[in-house]
Design a protein around this ligand. Structure first.
Ligand code: FAD
Length: 492
């Protein structure tokens, strides 16, 4: 057992400050705190006053569930999660003093505002003689550890990923601390804890989260179940089936990774072990690894381009003649554009807080190119509606589709929403699920309902008649987008 410098039996505790790492397993900060032999105080601050981008509605809902589950897990081990609301910059140093903490440990975050807060707290703690240590609990490779030969950040994914992999195999996950000593003697009365329900993270009037509740299981157990399902349900077909929104072929681990209900190291090593055992999943594993690689690359970009959610990574896009069309934006948000794959995706997003990656690319391309609406409008909508809304992945992916990002798809590559539907949802199962107005249309026209003959629409109780007409003609919209893009060449 640790003893304090004054030799007393009363041992000063270690505070574990949970943030985007809402789990017990492979949690380096928690692990180090448990190893210290000191009593632990586990806490979370809902940061409302630190100039950090506020969470969107769906992410707040996810956070509520994650905090509830983390508290349950800690209680099962004899501890609890103390909750606070306000400015972490003020609260953490204050609480460290109140609890007479020996140390404060946390896992690192990579957004500029978060880093600024964390650096300020570290200096304040150190100035008060309190140990402050941070760890990597969120990434396989931290952004500053992967650099070009001239020590610059990477702008091209393949080169980044090759360099990252060459720097070594990601470390093995740490176990859940077996019998941590919780600081039971510490009084929390008067320190200003708050109740989870008082954080107001769940929607009330109206309660729009019923679809989310039906689709997700919170916490570490939820994450582990998703991982097991991925591996049990034919992971070997991941490389080919991952582009099919009509199948359940991807992991759906994104919100768990976002909030750290599972670590990327745990996922990496579980999938690697599965691939080794099955012997047939090598290609799938490589593809899956590279998707995790895109997540790493997005964090690399965020770290080196702190305002990635606001500013084009390629400045020439600053002159893009975006259209301000509120009606078109609304139709896109509501899934009422008249393009079945786009509408299915936007409705899946609204109902479940998640959307398949292929469809994310199609709906993003539709907003940016067919509607010529600024990618930031889309980034904002996703920020509010995705349970996995992630400062790095969301902004990097929107800029990738827009063509304004690093290693982005060229602007002139414009997805045709009809052909994408026919290729990746060939029987229309995905569209039928999310756009019930079209459920009875034959496969041949499900992605182009405007070609339905009157006889296809009649005698079907007429639901397809209620489906909106196309808000733009893709062929004309494509020409308009290309003209706008060409105009960048001669704009100053
Ligand atoms: P899987 O295919 O099972 O992949 C495993 C994990 O790898 C994912 O959970 C995710 O963490 C990571 N990953 C997979 N694809 C990508 C990718 N292209 N870029 C970065 N990481 C990836 N992902 C988010 O996590 N949060 C976002 O806010 C987000 N916004 C996006 C916005 C747009 C416009 C687009 C095109 C993509 C966005 N993505 C975002 C990336 C991707 O769509 C999701 O990560 C993926 O669909 C999650 O599903 P999954 O967990 O089943 O993925």
């Amino acid at each position: 057992m640790a003893r304090d410098h004054d030799g007393s039996d009363c041992v000063d505790p270690v505070i574990v400050w949970f943030r985007d790492d809402l789990r017990l397993a492979d949690n380096p900060a928690l692990h180090a705190a448990a190893q210290s032999g000191r009593p632990l105080i586990c806490l979370f601050v809902y940061q409302t006053d630190d100039d950090i981008r506020p969470l969107g509605g769906a992410a707040r809902w996810w956070l509520h569930g994650s905090l509830l589950e983390l508290d349950r897990a800690l209680r099962a081990m004899g501890g609890e999660l103390l909750l606070f609301s306000g400015s972490a910059a003020e609260l953490i140093p204050h609480l460290a003093g109140v609890f007479r903490a020996h140390s404060v440990f946390w896992n690192r975050r990579y957004g500029a505002a978060e880093r600024k807060v964390d650096e300020g707290i570290k200096s304040k703690l150190k100035a008060s003689g309190i140990e402050a240590k941070s760890y990597n609990g969120h990434l396989l490779y931290e952004p500053w550890t992967v650099a070009t030969k001239s020590n610059a950040p990477f702008r091209v994914f393949s080169a980044f990923w090759r360099a990252a992999l060459a720097s070594g195999e990601p470390g093995s996950p740490l176990p859940t601390p077996s019998r941590p000593d919780f600081s039971s003697g510490v009084s929390v009365s008067g320190v200003g804890t708050t109740k989870l329900t008082d954080l107001g993270l769940e929607p009330t009037a109206p309660d729009w989260a019923k679809g989310l509740c039906a689709n997700w299981q919170h916490g570490e157990a939820g994450a582990q179940n998703r991982l097991d399902e991925l591996l049990d349900e034919g992971f070997s077909s991941y490389a080919v089936a991952r582009d099919r929104p009509d199948r359940s072929a991807t992991s759906r681990l994104s919100p768990y990774l976002r909030f750290g209900n599972i670590s990327v190291r745990q996922v990496w090593h579980a999938v690697a072990a599965h691939a080794m055992q099955s012997g047939s999943a090598g290609h799938a594993f490589e593809k899956f690894q590279s998707e995790l690689g895109w997540r790493e690359f997005s964090y690399h970009l965020l770290y080196h381009n702190p305002d990635m959610a606001e500013g084009n990574l390629q400045p020439k896009f600053d002159n893009m003649p975006w259209r301000d069309d509120r009606d078109a934006l609304k139709a896109w948000q509501l899934g009422m554009t008249g393009y079945p794959l786009v509408d299915a995706g936007m409705r899946e997003l609204w109902a479940t807080g998640w959307m398949h990656n292929r469809v994310r690319m199609v709906v993003a391309s539709f907003l940016i190119k067919d509607l010529l609406i600024d990618w930031r409008e889309g980034e904002n909508w996703f920020w509010d509606t995705l349970v996995d809304a992630d400062a790095a992945n969301n902004a990097a992916s929107w800029q990738w589709v827009a063509g304004s990002g690093a290693d982005a798809a060229p602007f002139f590559r414009i997805f045709n929403p009809v052909l994408q539907g026919e290729k990746f949802d060939p029987e229309g199962a995905y569209v039928r699920r999310w756009v019930p107005e079209l459920a009875t249309l034959p496969n041949s026209i499900i992605h182009r309902p405007w070609e339905a003959a009157k006889k296809d629409l009649l005698g079907m109780d007429g639901p397809a008649v209620n489906y909106p007409a196309r808000i733009v003609d893709h062929r004309l919209a494509r020409e308009r987008a290309l003209a706008a893009f060409r105009s960048l060449a001669w704009r100053p």
